[in-house]
Write a protein that binds this ligand. Structure first.
Ligand code: A3P
Length: 327
């Protein structure tokens, strides 16, 4: 499918796709082997056709609810650290954009923002003088615009998360958004759908495996990260990301504590308490405040029964078998 669709063509095209009950809309459709909504399909077709990667573009790629907001904040803070004061010290005035803008406004989604609602953005104006351009997507690797896939120089940072916690995060995020006009969706139904891979941009395992494989084949192009590893030692990951994107920290920066400043600036505790993140909407219909829930590893233990956890772990083990990737 390589062109935008008229209304009628779009309807016909949708009718031709496999569909399942949705989480916050009536249905999810299987498009290019992943599940998504009609509005997203339009934007994805458009961006696949029009988006032109530039040499040093930096793309943040994730599956929803795996730490996208955090990774966007970190990528922005790392790349722009010579432009803005990263310190949260009360003694100095600080006009860092992360203190007044939600990370999703600073690192826009291709499908939810730039190419949403029939727009074809003029990226040269939007990103005037910005190098590298910081962009984001939830698209699976094989569906990235061909100019990204064929570029040897643009970089992709991928973040995923233990599926048990991912499911719990998805559940909390979407349950309040289900319109009253749709039949209710129980926790058990949601779990069932998730285990079958029916979740936005899922199946989760295919999403991970696409980027995992790409990171093995092209390690200079795709950096594969896990939320749990970042939580365990974020300073190491800030340095890894900086090295990967070609902005390594100098010895002097390390001595002056710039890595720790960035860690604090982008921390859950700091971002969650900012006025800008307590109100407003930065992606589609989602409230900024709903992007910051607990930010912990292992919250699934408070919600899943042992047999549910065992089942999802088994699904993942089967799907990831032989790949070298595990959780
Ligand atoms: P929980 O629902 O488990 O709390 P995304 O940004 O992809 O929507 O992912 C949302 C998840 O990341 C939520 O997880 C959210 O709380 C957590 N999160 C948001 N900001 C974070 C940060 N700065 N550090 C760590 N986790 C963060």
């Amino acid at each position: 499918q390589d062109a935008e669709l008229s209304n009628n063509e779009a309807k016909e095209f949708l009718l031709s796709l496999p569909k399942e009950r949705g989480w916050r809309t009536s249905h999810l459709y299987l498009f290019q082997n992943f599940w998504c909504q009609p509005k997203e399909i339009q934007a994805i077709i458009s961006l696949q056709k029009h988006f032109q990667a530039q040499e040093n573009d930096l793309l943040v790629a994730t599956i929803p609810k795996s730490g996208t907001t955090w990774l966007k904040a970190l990528a922005f803070a790392i790349v722009k650290r010579t432009h803005f004061n990263t310190s949260l010290s009360k003694t100095s005035h600080n006009d860092h954009p992360l203190l007044s803008s939600n990370p999703h406004d600073l690192v826009p989604f291709l499908e939810y923002k730039l190419y949403a609602n029939g727009r074809i953005p003029d990226l040269s104006t939007l990103f005037h003088d910005q190098e590298p351009r910081l962009l984001a997507t939830h698209l699976p690797f094989p569906s990235l615009p061909s100019s990204i896939n064929s570029s040897d120089t643009c970089r992709v940072i991928y973040l995923c998360r233990n599926p048990l916690d991912n499911f719990i995060s998805v559940w909390h995020f979407l349950k309040g958004m289900r319109p009253k006009t749709l039949p209710s969706l129980s926790f058990e139904d949601g779990f069932e759908m998730y285990c079958r891979g029916v979740v936005g941009f899922g199946p989760y395992w295919d999403h991970m495996l696409g980027y995992w494989q790409a990171s093995l084949e092209q390690p200079q192009k795709v950096l594969f990260l896990k939320y749990e590893d970042m939580k365990e030692d974020i300073s190491v990951h800030v340095k890894r990301i900086a090295d990967f994107v070609g902005f390594p920290f100098s010895l002097e920066e390390e001595k002056n504590g710039v890595v720790e400043e960035i860690v604090r600036l982008c921390s859950f505790e700091n971002l969650k308490e900012l006025e800008v993140n307590k109100s407003g909407k930065s992606i589609a219909c989602f409230e900024n405040k709903s992007l910051f829930r607990k930010g912990e590893v292992g919250d699934w233990k408070n919600h899943l029964t042992p047999s549910m956890a065992e089942r999802l772990n088994k699904v993942m083990e089967d799907k990831l078998a032989g790949s070298g990737l595990s959780f």
